[in-house]
Design a binder for this molecule. Structure first.
Ligand SMILES: Nc1nc2c([nH]c(=O)n2[C@H]2C[C@H](O)[C@@H](COP(=O)(O)OP(=O)(O)OP(=O)(O)O)O2)c(=O)[nH]1
Length: 130
């Protein structure tokens, strides 16, 4: 049976109704694909604390978490991912790509112009249609 990995990711919207999209770097797993920033939930950690920790590590900023947006399980070739996206807002410091190749802010209607990690597609579609 494939390993199940629980990942939490932030849907961060700014005051211009734009969403923060992050490009995975060539040396990350699932390289060169766009994602919502976040990472693996560690043992004993709740989703919201895990997300705040990951965003602080990856983007160097502080978020407040709002609502759980989408919960989707996707099978990659080598593992199964349970990707949980949570709407969030930046409350301190500007995001800096410490691990990603690039960060961009995009309006909902332009989200489909990116090549997203396959597990993210349902969340992206839900965002476009909300
Ligand atoms: N963060 C994040 N990971 C995603 C998304 N979609 C998706 O398939 N993934 C995959 C890529 C990775 O295989 C896994 C998350 O790993 P990661 O490398 O971002 O997390 P991490 O910082 O905790 O990893 P690690 O290097 O400490 O092991 O989930 C997404 O939207 N955000």
């Amino acid at each position: 049976m494939k390993k199940l990995v629980k990942v939490v990711a932030a849907i961060i919207e700014n005051d211009n109704d734009e969403i923060l999209c992050a490009l995975r770097s060539p040396n990350m797993a699932i390289p060169n694909m766009w994602e919502f920033p976040g990472g693996k939930v560690e043992q004993g950690e709740d989703l919201y604390s895990a997300l705040k920790r990951e965003i602080s590590e990856e983007l160097g900023c502080l978020i407040e978490t709002k609502i759980l947006f989408n919960d989707h399980t996707h099978e990659y070739e080598n593992f199964t991912i349970n990707l949980i996206t949570i709407k969030s807002k930046i409350i301190d410091r500007n995001p800096i790509p410490k691990e990603h190749s690039k960060l961009i802010w995009l309006k909902r209607e332009n989200l489909s112009s990116l090549i997203w990690a396959p597990a993210d597609i349902p969340a992206v579609e839900q965002l476009i249609n909300e």
